[in-house]
Ligand binder design. Structure first.
Ligand SMILES: *Cc1c(COP(=O)(O)O)cnc(C)c1O
Length: 395
């Protein structure tokens, strides 16, 4: 067994680093599941989390990962045979679409090259063609963690409105919430799906759906079977039903701490920090790319994610060995390429509990890993990141 010292640099795009404060807040003994202490605490948490989504609507909490909240969004609003429109973004549009099909829905998948954000005009034209309004929902992944690309939700809302189409807009904000501005109410997002282990800085195992009145009203008459996920039974006087059973109590205490930490920093400051760390990372990637082997996957400036950078690497180079070197020699965990980028990319997560020294340390270590593995790269990525930071601080 290798002996490690210092921190593990967990720079994967989920799960992410959990702050000590959140770990400590969760370190609690068991407590009465329906006692007044926990009930009041939980109700306040349900109220205060709304600010993170910029919504006045209810946010439902599940003891589940993001996939659970995906299922909740679909089963609460749709009926067997309903059609959904899914613009491709990467791995997560595909798996959400596959889930829809496995639940008995029909999915129209709009293909994309994985290097660009969703084209709102294409969404609009598909909705225009759907004269009978067979499409009941548009499922959009805000930031696809596979590609490191973020789509424009306000523009997609506009496209749906321009087509005069009544379909619900459901957005997966699992990888973007807290990292990139997300305005549920202002943008008219009917259902938002989020998870605990990315920008929220918590352990995996909790997820959320925010649902507006339109979505909840549709849910009153929709007929996909659901029980655990059912919004209709998740409110009421008996707090036990808010979680469809015993609450993940320690998780809720962690969530409270996460909300407090985010509010102390300020949402705008958190978005700015994520943008800054992403810019530093991309400055380094640009330098590495000069040798002709590595390249940022995202091609368009305004679409590059604040949460994660996906770096393409030629297939004949051994990216697995590079991961092993980073992990074993530097205690640095990076993301693998996933989906059709398996073996052809690596990913640097810069989401959640991350700061500038962690990014500079990561970039320097990545460069050392590239050197050890003989992967051609331009030199001076860390300096480029420092320069990007300095020019940011001058502004
Ligand atoms: C991580 C992630 C998911 C899946 O979340 P799980 O908690 O692993 O189920 C879905 N969508 C996006 C965009 C993600 O980043």
């Amino acid at each position: 067994m290798s002996v490690t010292r210092g921190f593990n640099f967990l720079m994967t795009p989920g799960p992410t680093n959990i702050p000590e404060r959140i770990l400590r807040a969760m370190h609690r003994p068991g407590m009465e599941y329906a006692g007044p202490e926990f009930t009041e605490f939980s109700i306040a948490c349900h109220e205060d989390i709304k600010a993170l989504f910029k919504t006045e609507s209810e946010v439902f909490m599940y003891a589940a990962n993001g996939h659970g909240a995906w299922e909740a969004a679909l089963t609460n609003t749709l009926s067997p045979g309903d059609k959904v429109l899914v613009p491709e973004t990467g791995v997560f549009s595909l798996t959400w679409s596959q889930m829809a099909k496995s639940l008995g829905l029909k999915s129209k998948y709009l293909t994309n090259d994985w290097r660009h954000a969703i084209d709102p005009a294409e969404v609009e034209s598909h909705l225009n063609d759907d004269k009978d309004h067979e499409i009941k929902a548009v499922l959009v992944v805000h930031t696809d963690t596979a590609t490191g690309i973020t789509s424009d939700i306000a523009a997609i809302r506009k496209a749906i409105d321009s087509a005069g189409h009544p379909a619900l807009l459901m957005v997966d904000a699992i990888a973007s919430l807290i990292c990139t501005d997300f305005r549920t109410d202002e943008w008219g997002v009917d259902v938002v799906v989020a998870g605990s282990q990315k920008g929220l800085m918590m352990p995996p195992g909790m997820s959320f759906t925010a649902a507006n009145t339109k979505a909840r009203q549709l849910g009153e008459s929709s007929t996909l079977p659901r029980s655990y996920w059912d919004w209709r039974t998740r409110r009421g006087d008996h707090h036990y039903t808010w979680y469809c059973g015993t609450a993940p109590q320690q998780g809720v205490y962690g969530l409270r701490e996460a909300i407090d930490m985010i509010m102390e920093e300020g949402l705008d400051q958190a978005f700015a920090r994520h943008r800054r760390l992403a810019q530093m990372t991309r400055a380094a990637i640009e330098v590495w790319a000069e040798a002709g082997a590595l390249e940022l996957n995202a091609l368009v400036d305004g679409e590059k994610s604040a949460s994660v950078s996906t770096i393409l690497i030629p297939e004949d180079l051994d990216v697995q060995q590079f991961h092993t070197v980073c992990r074993d020699r530097f205690n640095l965990s990076l993301g693998n390429g996933i989906g059709k980028l398996t073996g052809k990319a690596f990913r640097i997560g810069h989401m959640g509990n991350v700061n500038e020294p962690m990014i500079i340390g990561t970039i320097g270590s990545v460069e050392a890993g590239l050197e050890i593995c003989g992967i051609p790269h331009g030199k001076g990525g860390a300096q480029a990141a420092v320069n990007a930071l300095s020019s940011e601080l001058d502004n």
